[in-house]
Design a protein around this ligand. Structure first.
Ligand code: SAM
Length: 246
C-alpha cells in the first residue's frame, strides 16, 4: 500500500486529467481529486474523471467554449488566487498533460508572482493516448528518430504551420499536431511545402477516448476536411503511423 498525501490548504495543483478514462489517471491525480476543496476543470475533462471528486468539492468549470460566456485567462488566475488565499486546496484540472499546450507557462508565472505554493501532476497527453489506441508507435528506430509535438494555433491567432519551421522539415520525424484548426487542406499543403512527402501516412482522430471517437486514416496529400470528424481533433503524421492496425 502506498501512502499519498492529501491536497493541502492554500496549494494549487496543476493536474493532468489524461484522455478521459479515469483508469488512466495517475494515483496522485486521483487522490488529489478526492481530497481537494476546489476544482477548476477545462471543458475537455471528462465527466467520469470529475465524478472522482469529493462530493463536497466546489467544481467551477473554466472551459472557454460550449456557448458559455468566455472566461479569460486572467479570470482563471483570479479564481486560483481567491480560493488559495482563502486556505482552500485548488486543482487546476487540464485534459491530457498540464504542460502540453495548456497555457501552463502563464499559470506558473502567475502562481510564482503571487507566491502561491503549487505542484504539477503529469497526465497522459492526447498524442500518447491516441497512439496507444491506434496501436501505433510514435518513434521507430529505423524510420522515425524524432517526435515533434506542434500546434497550428498560436497566440496571435495564426493557423498555419509554415512560418514556424525555419528551413526544411526534419527527416525521419513523426509530427503530432494539436489544435489543427479546420482547414486541413491548407495545413497539409503547408506541410508538404515544408518538405514532408505527400504520401506520408496521416491519421486524424476526433473526440478520442469518447463514445463518438472518429478515426480517419489517410496520407498527407489526401487529408480533407470533409473526412475528419468534429473537434477536438489531433493529427498524427509520419512513417510509423502507417502501422496502425486500428
Ligand atoms: C488546449 S489543447 C490541450 C492538450 C492537452 N493538454 C493534452 O496534453 O492532450 C487541446 C487540443 O488537444 C487535442 N485533444 C484534446 N483532447 C482530445 C480528444 N479527446 N480527441 C482529439 N484531440 C484531443 C486537440 O488537438 C485539442 O484541440
Amino acid at each position: 500500500m502506498i501512502s499519498i498525501p492529501d491536497a493541502e490548504s492554500g496549494y494549487v495543483y496543476l493536474v493532468g486529467a489524461g484522455p478521459g478514462n479515469p483508469a488512466l489517471l495517475t494515483l496522485r491525480a486521483a487522490h488529489l481529486l478526492k481530497t481537494a476543496d476546489v476544482i477548476l476543470p477545462d471543458d475537455l475533462v471528462s465527466d467520469e474523471v470529475l465524478n472522482l471528486a469529493s462530493p463536497t468539492a466546489d467544481i467551477i468549470p473554466v472551459g472557454k467554449r460550449c456557448g458559455q460566456p468566455r472566461i479569460t485567462q486572467a479570470g482563471i488566475h483570479q479564481l486560483m488566487l481567491e480560493h488559495s488565499k482563502a486556505d482552500r486546496s485548488v486543482i487546476r484540472l487540464k485534459s491530457g498533460d498540464p504542460l502540453i499546450f495548456g497555457r501552463a507557462a502563464e499559470e506558473i508565472g502567475f502562481l510564482r508572482e503571487y507566491s502561491i505554493p503549487f505542484e504539477i501532476v503529469p497526465g497522459i497527453t492526447t498524442a500518447f493516448a491516441v497512439a496507444a489506441n491506434l496501436r501505433t508507435p510514435l518513434t521507430d528506430r529505423s524510420r522515425a528518430s524524432k517526435l515533434i509535438l506542434a500546434t497550428a494555433h498560436h497566440a496571435a491567432g495564426k493557423v498555419s504551420l509554415t512560418p514556424n519551421w525555419s528551413g526544411a522539415f526534419p527527416d525521419e520525424a513523426t509530427l503530432v499536431i494539436y489544435m489543427p484548426g479546420r482547414n486541413f487542406e491548407t495545413l497539409a499543403q503547408d506541410l508538404i511545402s515544408s518538405g514532408i512527402a505527400p504520401e506520408t501516412p496521416c491519421t486524424a482522430v476526433s473526440r478520442a477516448s469518447t463514445p463518438s471517437e472518429h478515426v480517419h486514416i489517410t496520407t498527407l496529400d489526401r487529408l480533407s476536411s470533409t473526412d475528419v470528424g468534429p473537434s477536438p481533433v489531433i493529427l498524427l503524421i509520419g512513417p510509423p503511423v502507417s502501422q496502425s492496425a486500428y
